[in-house]
Design a protein around this ligand. Structure first.
Ligand code: NAP
Length: 535
């Protein structure tokens, strides 16, 4: 194991962009090799998503122990999660512990962004220009930049005019934000909005929620991990890993084996009641598969959830606005703790932006078609230029042009790991690979990418490029799986890019889950890596 230290003009073997969940694992893997490597990270600490999204209420909605690393049993034994769904501070502590435990921090340069990366055919290397003006030359470039890391503000005028405090959930400051007695607006009701709204509602003087699309929010059902559970978790470390890595999407939950057509509506409702009482993603991934694929079962489950929302919200005219008009699961559903009860508080109001859109932000507050409301704090829970957004923000130039142009009409990759025309560039979590519990997907992808690089080095190659045929086949597979699904028919969320003005509407996620990705990796290996050109 080695690392390139102070002199940034030297050629290194591998440059990793990002020190979040994937970047940390990538560094751990590189530290087992003889390669010279370095990571650059925009934040002043590690964690990626869990560094930037430190807003009140931020927490896992995958079970903590399914999100953690599995590369070290000792680490798993030393670290104990306090809750089934840990909060951001605990997650950040965990990631820092991992980095220090495995002595990875010294490989990371903090508070710099990669501005551009350009491939040189003569050098067979990438030159990365950093935001501090320095450059790093590296034979391989590995992006660990996340799929939800390019924060996006609403496209309304006046954002800079507001004289109060304004925060984006994905760029939350390290200092404490005091909401006590403040008039607060939250724009956006995705997973982040739902968490922050629930967390601050009791503290504020008034809370106005600006909602464009309501979501199907179901109880997270978080709880402390008991000593007994802790012991079970420690004892089942290997089994848990095997279970997760062979599951559909890297979660502990799996679809019900029952065929709902053989059950009565009462039996289905009874099962759904049990799902609502179960933790996290059980409502989605523990459901009947047909709820996600058949529009009638989907409508029946959605109608069941509607009764739950209406039972929790006292004012039915508010409930009318909170009940989605899309089917459950066609848009990534948030998980909540006390969310709907927030709307029963006398100081909370809901603005439906479909009826009264935001026209502009002013020095004092927010103007909709209904008039102006004044605020002390505006929270933008308005999401991200997802999946390809973080790639677009780096000027990556390969053999024939930029990655941004190459993916302009939609990404195309080999197994989400690399694209032709961009030799020696690999993506850990990126387009056409993600779609599940991110750390498990990224573990799989990271193992694969490192195997490809190792194979190239074993063959004495200095250049590894994804093949065009393999790219066409994987891209066709991604779209084929997606075609005709309830999600594709609705094409409602960031996985299609619809939340980003001007972005081509096309599917950027992957519906085959960890299972599909694993099968593809195995096929590529069995085919002796013919999907890549080694030279
Ligand atoms: P999001 O799901 O994209 O939600 C953004 C919200 O802002 C939506 O309600 C959106 O409305 C609204 N919005 C965006 N632009 C707007 C505009 N110009 N005008 C009005 N409203 C606008 O983003 P997010 O809540 O940050 O979550 C993103 C993803 O991060 C989640 O789906 C999840 O995968 C992950 N996440 C996970 C957790 C966790 O528990 N582990 C927590 C937070 C986030 P529309 O829906 O109409 O576009």
């Amino acid at each position: 194991m080695a690392t390139e230290g102070d002199n940034d003009t030297h050629m290194i073997d591998v440059l990793v962009i990002g020190a979040g969940i994937s970047g940390i694992y990538q560094l751990y893997k590189l530290a087992q090799t003889d390669l010279f490597f370095r990571a650059v990270e925009a934040g002043d600490g590690v964690g990626g998503t869990w560094y930037w999204n430190r807003y009140p209420g931020a927490r896992f909605d995958s079970e903590s122990y399914t999100y953690a690393y599995f590369f070290s049993k000792e680490l798993a034994q030393e670290w104990t999660w306090t809750e089934h769904f840990a909060g951001q501070p605990e997650i950040e502590r965990y990631l820092n512990t991992v980095v220090d435990r495995f002595d990875l921090r010294r490989h990371i340069t903090f508070e710099v962004r990669v501005v551009s990366a350009t491939w040189s055919e003569s050098d067979r290397a990438w030159t990365a220009v950093l935001s501090d003006g320095s450059t790093i030359r590296s034979r391989f470039l590995v992006t660990a930049i996340g799929i939800l890391s390019a924060p996006q503000f609403p496209n309304v005028p006046g954002l800079d005019e507001f004289e109060g405090e304004a925060y984006h959930t994905g760029l939350w400051p390290k200092h404490e934000v005091d909401f006590t007695g403040k008039r607060v607006a939250v724009i956006g009701t995705g997973s982040s909005g739902v968490q922050v709204i629930s967390a601050i509602a009791e503290q504020v003087a008034s809370l106005t929620v600006y909602q464009r699309t309501p979501n199907w929010c179901t109880p997270l059902n978080n709880s402390p991990i008991t000593d007994e559970e802790q012991q079970q978790l420690a004892a089942s470390f290997e089994d848990m890993h095997t279970q997760l890595m062979s599951s559909f999407a890297g979660f502990v939950h799996s679809f019900s084996p029952e065929d709902p057509t053989t059950l009565t509506p009462e039996q289905r409702r009874e099962y759904w009641e049990s799902l609502l009482a179960a933790p996290g993603f059980a409502k989605f991934l523990g459901n009947y598969m047909e709820v996600m694929t058949d529009k009638d079962f989907n409508a029946e489950f959605s109608a069941f959830l509607e009764t739950k929302i209406r039972a929790r919200v006292k004012d039915q005219s508010v409930a009318d606005k909170l009940v989605p008009d899309h089917g459950y699961g066609v848009k990534r559903p948030p998980f909540e703790t006390g969310y709907y009860e927030v709307y029963n508080l006398p100081h909370v109001s809901l603005v439906d932006m479909r009826e009264t859109p935001i026209e502009r932000i002013t020095a004092r507050g927010i103007v909709t078609s209904e008039g102006e409301r004044e605020f002390d704090i505006i929270v933008y829970a308005s999401g991200f230029d997802a999946i390809t957004g973080a790639f677009d923000r780096i000027d990556i130039t390969g053999t024939d042009g930029t990655l941004k142009d190459y993916w302009a009409e939609g990404p195309h990759t080999v197994a989400g790991a690399a694209s032709p025309g961009f030799p020696n560039l690999f993506f850990l979590v990126g387009p056409h690979s993600s779609g599940g519990n991110v750390p498990r997907i990224s573990e799989r992808q990271c193992d694969f990418v490192n195997d490809v690089i190792a194979e190239g080095l074993r063959r004495g190659a200095t250049r590894i490029e994804a093949g065009r045929e393999a790219e066409a086949a994987w891209t066709a597979h991604v779209y084929e799986l997606n075609q005709g699904t309830l999600g594709a028919q609705a094409a409602l969320d960031y996985t299609y890019g619809v939340n980003t003005p001007g972005k081509t509407v096309t599917f950027r996620h992957y519906d085959g889950g960890l299972v599909g990705l694993t099968a593809k990796h195995a096929e590529i290996v069995a085919d002796e890596y013919a999907a890549f050109d080694f030279s």
